[in-house]
Write a protein that binds this ligand. Structure first.
Ligand code: GUN
Length: 292
């Protein structure tokens, strides 16, 4: 079994991005600038946004965090999105999800300029990605692809089972893994909460991508000997022995699954760190107008 080491890879990718930003700076070019909008201060979102902003700083990019109270109206939020769209100094914009119930996330995503949509959540980017056209690909699936590439994992002709059909991970992941390119060319099965015989389907996976958001759901008996197991889950589970009061768990029961896997991502230290790198890569592309 080999660990897919997100910590090592993300450090390497950050150095690559930092070198590119330094080169832009030396040449007097425009420093890439990422803007994040955070509504409220819900624990996990606050932590995610803070690490995105910190990563910008680490690679020498500019970043702006715009905060709103949870009582912000949808109209106020959309106005801010339009303002960022029109600001030529701001290259990339993310609106951290989830949003309060009174705000329609689809309306927010559709208001972001597709050329600044570094999260790849706009329907235009999702459609372009599905067609194999240049597009921003959402950060987590892109991070998974990067991991597969950098570990030179063979994908052509393999059976890839994706567990979870979320708009931001499972669905794009399934589309990407079946595309006629590397990494891709898989036979993909996209499973979800209504799937029958889930354990059996998982057992037939050469590449198993768990993105359902249920701690330790994938157990040893659901995994084929030699499978590649990629765990996208990251949940806070109460744990009195921890100072923070919680432990971070993935969707895979690591201790049971790791001995059977050929490659496996740890949690934490796996896909999560790659996600932030993808966001930085997309922001660099946005500043260079590489996609649009
Ligand atoms: N919430 C959980 N993951 C993400 C993400 O990748 N982007 C945004 N904007 N919100 C999220």
């Amino acid at each position: 079994m080999q660990l897919l080491d997100g910590k090592f890879l993300s450090a390497q990718i950050k150095l690559e991005i930092a070198a590119e930003v330094a080169q832009i700076r030396e040449q007097g070019g425009k420093i890439p600038h990422l803007v994040a909008i955070l509504v409220g201060t819900k624990g996990a979102s606050e932590t995610y946004v803070a690490s995105k902003m910190k990563s910008c700083e680490e690679v020498g990019m500019a970043s702006t965090l715009i905060r709103f109270e949870p009582t912000v109206t949808e109209a106020e939020l959309l106005d801010k999105v339009r303002e960022v769209n029109e600001n030529p100094d701001m290259d990339g914009l993310i609106v951290q999800l989830p949003l309060p119930d009174h705000i329609n996330p689809d309306r927010v995503m559709e208001t972001i300029d597709p050329a600044k949509d570094v999260d790849g959540f706009h329907p235009i980017n999702i459609g372009r990605m599905a067609k194999g056209l240049p597009a921003y690909v959402s950060a987590t699936p892109q991070g998974v692809l990067e991991m597969i590439k950098r570990y030179d994992i063979k994908t052509a002709g393999k059976h890839c089972v994706v567990v979870g059909r979320s708009q931001i991970v499972g669905l794009p992941m399934s589309i990407l893994m079946q595309r006629n390119t590397y990494p891709g060319n898989c036979t993909v099965t996209l499973t979800h909460s209504r799937t029958q015989n889930l354990a059996e389907i998982c057992r037939s996976a050469d590449i198993l991508i768990a993105a359902l958001g249920r701690p330790e759901f994938i157990t040893g008996d659901m995994v084929k000997e030699g499978a590649v197991v990629i765990d996208v889950g990251l949940e806070r589970v109460p744990d009195a022995s921890k100072k923070s009061g919680f432990a971070l768990k993935g969707d895979v029961k690591f201790d049971e699954v790791a001995p059977k896997a050929s490659f496996i991502t740890p949690v934490p230290g796996g896909v999560g760190l790659m996600t932030i790198c993808s966001l930085m890569q997309n922001t660099l592309k946005a500043a260079r107008r590489e996609v649009y």
